[in-house]
Design a protein around this ligand. Structure first.
Ligand code: GDP
Ligand code: FE
Ligand code: FE
Length: 200
């Protein structure tokens, strides 16, 4: 299987499109997420091409304007509460529709992994977890806790998702940002996997 089994074009053509769509820094980030997602897929015996493609596409819509997202929320008749949020939650939850429309991608599992890559979900598939964690730990990431997440992710995807979500929620609280309800659902669902001495 290659990326061309999900799209009408090959990886090189997709890289050209991503390069035009994204800043140089974000382009490097998505390549890092692709590499990391493939490594995780190998480790957890998941389809490497599927994980790599979902990873390569996960931030495709990140640099769209607010106007584009607001129009898409109407056009796809998505929950109108989304309009109260911002690019951070839109680029995945709404981005999946833009990706499907612009690239002709129809694979529901890949679109779902892109949809939940920022906020997670109560129930996450293996692919959802791989993309969520690869986004958090790819080699260009450099923040406190990333090293711990890189260790945990090869022990247990559930423990790693619990850890990353707990850190993200704590970070949002520290910064005084609103937390999207689905992020809290993810936290509540995965918190049983959190090691007791992990968060101090
Ligand atoms: P990126 O797109 O590669 O930068 O990473 P993500 O898609 O994981 O996250 C994008 C941004 O959204 C980050 O700054 C996160 O801290 C932030 N974020 C994650 N969850 C939430 C949430 O529930 N609410 C808000 N306001 N921001 C969030
Ligand atoms: Fe993102
Ligand atoms: Fe990302």
């Amino acid at each position: 299987m290659t990326y061309a089994s999900y799209l009408d074009f090959d990886r090189e053509t997709l890289l050209d499109k991503l390069c035009q769509k994204l800043s140089a820094k974000r382009f490097q980030h998505v390549l890092g997420v692709e590499e990391t997602a493939k490594a995780l897929a190998r480790h957890y015996d998941y389809d490497e091409d599927k994980a790599g493609l979902a990873a390569l596409l996960h931030d495709y819509a990140k640099e769209e304007s607010d106007q584009v997202f607001l129009e898409a929320i109407d056009r796809y008749q998505l929950d109108s509460d989304l309009k109260n949020w911002n690019n951070n939650v839109w680029h995945g939850l709404v981005g999946r529709y833009i990706i499907s429309e612009e690239l002709g991608l129809t694979d529901e599992e890949i679109l779902r992994a892109i949809e939940v890559h920022t906020v997670g979900a109560k129930d996450m598939s293996c692919l959802d977890k791989i993309v969520y964690m690869a986004d958090y730990i790819e080699p260009n990431r450099n923040f406190p806790c990333v090293e711990r997440a890189r260790e945990l992710v090869y022990q247990s995807l559930d423990m790693a998702v619990a850890y990353a979500t707990a850190r993200t929620v704590a970070h949002l609280v520290d910064q005084g940002f609103a937390i999207y309800p689905q992020t809290l659902e993810t936290y509540n669902s995965f918190v049983p996997y959190l090691l007791k001495d992990e968060i101090k």
